[in-house]
Design a protein around this ligand. Structure first.
Ligand code: GSH
Length: 222
């Protein structure tokens, strides 16, 4: 049984959606970050950076959603292409392709962790919660938000999913896009993102994982 420490935010939902997709047993611990639960010693023992999500599985505890997703997908051996051990050259074309897909999933997972998440988080802070306080920051982060949507739009131009098949790359990015209204994004401007977003939104595991640790609102649909 995996213990999941989470709250109803994009980073938290990345992990609850993945757990639902993988069909792994888990127990939910709600960490109310608005009430300061993330600073309690019992939570800091699992997540020393005082941020959700975090998990405990047997004798391992993990913070950082990207690391948690890699751990869970590796554990279940699903939603992450196989990594071929080096040297690659002696392997068949088929396995080489699989290994390339692994690195592309890593590439887009890192893009989400290092770019999309942190930048859209700033947009939420300035545009949704503190509108009018810093026109400079609003303009800066909205511009960056549109740039990032443009990058995703282009990536999805000739693909159903971010990398070949549905993977943890899609699950990492999707909850951030689900806040398109907070970001004042009109998804009609990004038709490939809209098509991808709506398809993933209809998955039963996504519908269920979105409502962890509690119901806040229905999955937003454009
Ligand atoms: N890079 C971290 C970011 C986690 C993060 O920022 N979590 C937010 C909620 S989405 C949080 O716990 N905030 C609490 C705080 O700032 O004290 C991850 O991907 O897990």
């Amino acid at each position: 049984m995996i213990d999941l420490y989470t709250w109803a935010t994009p980073n938290g939902r990345k992990v609850s959606i993945l757990l639902e997709e993988l069909g792994l047993d888990y127990r939910v611990h709600a960490v109310d970050i608005g009430a300061g639960d993330q600073f309690k010693p019992e939570f800091l023992a699992v997540s020393p950076n005082n941020r959700i999500p975090a998990i405990a599985d047997g004798d391992i505890t993990l913070m950082e959603s990207g690391a948690i997703m890699l751990y869970l997908a590796t554990k279940a051996d699903r939603l992450l292409p196989k990594l071929l051990s080096a040297p690659l050259s002696s392997e068949s074309v088929q396995t080489l392709t699989e290994s390339n897909s692994y690195w592309h999933v890593m590439e887009w997972l890192m893009w989400q962790m290092g770019g999309l998440g942190p930048m859209l988080g700033q947009t939420h802070h300035f545009v949704k919660y503190n509108q009018g306080k810093s026109p400079y920051a609003e303009e800066r982060y909205l511009k960056e938000t549109h740039r990032l949507y443009g990058v995703l739009e282009k990536r999805l131009e000739s693909r159903a999913y971010i990398v070949d098949e549905y993977s943890i790359a899609d699950i990492a990015v999707w909850p951030w896009i689900s806040r398109f209204e907070w970001q004042t994004i009109d998804l009609d401007r990004y038709p490939n993102v809209k098509r991808w977003y709506c398809e993933i939104a209809r998955r039963p595991a996504v519908q269920k994982g979105y409502q962890v640790p509690m119901f806040v609102n229905d999955v937003p649909m454009p």
